[in-house]
Design a protein around this ligand. Structure first.
Ligand code: NAP
Length: 280
């Protein structure tokens, strides 16, 4: 159970609002998560308002974690996810974080850690899609995608690492389209997601002395707003998986929960394909 202010989205740029929510939520009692695998833990999920991030937020909360989730534009969607968590007896807090803005990222991460009084799990999920042949992609689009998927993911990890507890977890959402690029027009997206592997490996090495594991999950085509299963080119994507279908966000969340939980205690610097065999 959480308080009304823990439910209220705070804009990361308003420090006062974050502080108020933080002190109130910290004072509230935790709602019935005892005995579950992540009870007593606090998680931050970027891009938790929709798609894979929303499924991860719900799953970590079902496993007993307090969950802070960020959004960029869809405050209403983030609030709906938080309300679902609270209806099931969990604690949730929503905050705006614009990944292209270092200050916004820092304030969201600080707000999450302050709200729950700790930070144990970061799921670095927020990202943006990109499509276009080499000659059609302008510098604005190039900068936007790299700022969100690469620079943004780095900034989130940097801010979170400063607050993560000993033995904490970082799970970043990469993509099956990185080591394997089966269609033209995916170069920019693939390049941005290939960078996630460097982030994962480098951070795994840097944070190991604190017992923090750092891994990534590389989803195949997953039915979300970014890549709807009834969208253009969806049939071709499904056909490239060995299992012949799109994944559901919950199927990615299952693997994230494993890495975030005790089962992931001896896994670090790894990338896990959760893609129905897309990369096989
Ligand atoms: N769907 C797939 O097939 C697939 C496959 C492989 C990997 N992935 C990766 O999985 C992750 C989640 O994808 P998804 O399919 O769930 O996408 P989605 O449904 O489009 O959701 C994207 C999420 O990221 C947030 N976001 C977007 N731009 C942002 C920005 N500039 N700053 C902060 N937050 C931002 C959105 O916030 P708002 O809701 O506020 O807009 C939303 O929560 C991404 O990293 C994506 O690259 C997806």
């Amino acid at each position: 159970m959480s308080t009304a202010s823990a439910r209220t989205p705070a804009t990361a740029s308003t420090t006062a609002a974050s502080t108020t929510a933080a002190s109130t939520a910290t004072a509230s009692t935790s709602g019935g998560s005892a005995g579950r695998p992540l009870s007593g833990k606090a998680a931050l999920v970027t891009g938790g308002s929709r798609g894979i991030g929303a499924a991860v937020a719900l799953r970590l909360a079902a496993d007993g974690a307090d969950v802070a989730l960020t959004y960029q534009a869809h405050a209403d969607r983030a609030r709906q996810v938080a309300e679902q968590i609270e209806e099931r007896g969990g604690r949730a807090w929503t905050v705006r974080a614009e990944l292209t803005d270092a200050r916004s990222v820092r304030q969201a991460v600080e707000g999450a850690a302050d709200t729950f009084g700790r930070l144990d799990i970061l799921v670095n999920n927020a990202g943006t899609g990109a499509q276009g042949l080499l000659e059609t992609v302008g510098t604005e689009e190039l900068d936007r995608v790299l700022e969100v998927n690469v620079r943004g993911a780095y900034l989130v990890a940097q801010a979170a690492a400063a607050r993560l507890s000993e033995g904490g977890r970082i799970v970043t959402i990469g993509s099956c389209v990185a080591s394997h690029v089966p269609f033209p027009g995916m170069t920019l997206y693939a390049m941005s997601k290939a960078a996630v592997l460097g982030l994962t490996k480098g951070l795994a090495r840097e944070l190991a002395p604190r017992g923090i594991t750092v891994n990534q999950v590389d989803p195949g085509p997953v039915d979300t707003d970014m890549n709807p299963a009834d969208g253009e080119g969806a049939e071709a994507q499904a056909a490239l998986t060995l299992l012949g279908r799109y994944g559901r966000p919950e199927e990615v969340a299952d693997s994230v929960a494993h890495l975030a939980g005790d089962g992931g205690r001896w896994i670090t610097g790894a990338s896990l394909a959760v893609d129905g065999g897309f990369a096989a």
